[in-house]
Design a binder for this molecule. Structure first.
Ligand SMILES: [Zn+2]
Length: 274
């Protein structure tokens, strides 16, 4: 049983602000992320996992403390990575966990809501439907035949995920009060809940339960609406991109991974607008 883990920061118990990424709070947020990853790893191992790979998926993608991480897991860190938040999943796994995930840009109240880029993405739609990072990444996993089986984050992130993947097990570790405020479970209780959910879902898989993979219908149409028109001006320079509105660009592709990479390239371009 091979388990893949993508871990973000915004949906970890005890986080509520990007200021925690800086200065004196930074060591604590690294520890919170690493210990929550460990809870998921321990649960997976207890359930019968034989291989676990963790991908650090937040911002610089250099958050987890490699020495504090459970020694059974391999750790992927740094940026850029070809598959970004789901780099490594292409090796093939029996199931994926998304730990510490958050709601889509424009959701309220939801802790630190955004979609891949807080500065470049007002909204991202795939095949006409607004998406969150979990849905975008679940479809990359699905492209490689890997089902997402566990998602953790704030209550709204978990609810959004169940709309996309009704079969997924979720652990809500905090209640959002606003974009920058939350009422959180104690990290130790959150870790216990995550450990137990990971153990339960991997045991089910080990005893033969099959989970559906998630994919978008093709051709895949990605639409990016940027906060201001200057960002769309730059994103529209990319070959194959169509400008369909003052703040909106569109890209169509039959291969989902190519569409995913194009989405990320559009976000980087949009972010370069001054
Ligand atoms: Zn993040």
């Amino acid at each position: 049983m091979r388990i893949y883990i993508s871990i973000d920061m915004e949906g970890i118990a005890g986080t509520f602000s990007w200021r925690q990424d800086q200065g004196e709070w930074r060591p604590q947020v690294r520890r919170l992320m690493t210990l929550e990853a460990n809870a998921a790893i321990e649960g997976a191992l207890q359930g019968g996992a034989t291989r676990v790979v963790v991908n650090d998926s937040h911002d610089t993608m250099a958050n987890l403390d490699p020495e504090l991480l459970h020694p059974a897991a391999d750790l992927i860190q740094g940026t850029p990575k070809p598959l970004s938040m789901v780099e490594g999943v292409q090796e093939g796994f029996d199931g994926a966990f998304f730990i510490g995930y958050h709601a889509a840009a424009g959701t309220a109240p939801a802790v630190l809501d955004h979609t891949y880029s807080d500065e470049s993405a007002w909204e991202i739609r795939i095949n006409g439907r607004p998406v969150n990072e979990a849905a975008i990444n679940a479809a990359v996993c699905g492209h490689f035949g890997v089902p997402v089986v566990l998602v953790t984050g704030d209550q709204v992130a978990c609810r959004q995920m169940q709309e996309w993947l009704p079969w997924v097990r979720t652990v809500a570790v905090k209640e959002p009060l606003s974009r920058y405020a939350a009422r959180s479970m104690h990290p130790e209780r959150a870790r216990r809940a995550i450990r137990e959910a990971a153990r339960a879902v991997v045991s089910e898989m080990a005893s033969g339960r099959r989970f559906d993979t998630f994919v978008f219908e093709t051709p895949v149409v990605v639409e990016l609406t940027t906060p201001h028109t200057g960002q769309a001006d730059v994103a529209a320079l990319m070959p194959g991109v169509e400008r369909i509105g003052p703040r909106t660009v569109r890209y169509q592709e039959t291969d989902y991974v190519k569409a995913f990479r194009a989405m990320r390239a559009m976000l980087v371009l949009a972010g370069s607008s001054r």
